[in-house]
Ligand binder design. Structure first.
Ligand code: HEM
Length: 180
């Protein structure tokens, strides 16, 4: 996920901007090592990108996901090719995509979404990870919708950052009038 942020910054702002991000992150890394708050590399890098570009951290996470999805689709086509629509792809995140990913890093916490099918063929993904990367997930879902090209709508009606017990990431099929 850090790589997706790196690629986005380099593509939009150039390699020098990424060097600035790393310099700024290292500075805050020293601050963090004083033990005032728990943090990780991704959090620090997102904060530096937000500072350098003047957008919110939430937007940085969302855009990294949205713009990064074509890279993931190119790098791991096997996860995408077996589906023709985004809901069917999303339903394999737990059982296939993140399960495979974890084989390379067995120590990593496995991300598990709960699923709630919706009337009309839509789907809710319920996200409760303590990493708080719901905006990244939302961006990845927007990117996945674009990948399959059917124009579903992605919303984020409930959010732990706003005090809800979990994040609800919703995909709704769009009613098409006229020929398919
Ligand atoms: C719409 C589709 C996807 C969503 C919503 C999604 C969501 C997420 C989120 C939110 C995380 C952070 C972990 C956490 O919050 O606990 C994560 C981690 C990860 N995902 Fe996905 N993901 C998607 C597709 C993919 C695909 C296609 C790959 C391809 C291999 C992938 C690979 C990874 C990896 C390697 C990590 C761990 C890396 C890290 O923590 O830096 N994901 N995913």
């Amino acid at each position: 996920m850090l790589n997706l942020v790196e690629e986005m910054v380099k593509a939009e702002h150039g390699i020098a901007a990424w060097d600035d991000v790393i310099d700024t992150s290292l500075a805050s890394g020293i601050y963090t090592s004083l033990g005032t708050y728990p943090d990780d590399e991704l959090t620090m890098v997102v904060a530096s990108v937000a500072e350098l570009t003047g957008v919110s951290e939430s937007t940085v996470r969302l855009e990294a996901g949205r713009q990064g999805m074509p890279t993931l689709a190119r790098r791991y086509p096997e996860f995408f090719l077996r589906h023709t629509d985004v809901v069917s792809f999303l339903l394999t995140l737990n059982s296939v995509v993140h399960a495979e990913v974890q084989k390379f890093d067995p120590e990593a916490d496995r991300l598990l979404f709960d699923y709630r099918p919706l009337e009309g063929g839509g789907l809710d993904l319920l996200y409760t990870s303590e990493r708080g990367l719901c905006d990244l997930a939302e961006g990845l879902m927007i990117g996945a919708v674009a990948h399959y090209g059917r124009g579903e709508q992605v919303t984020h009606p409930e959010c732990m950052r706003r005090g809800d017990p979990c994040c609800v990431l919703r995909v709704l099929r769009v009613l098409r009038l006229g020929p398919p």
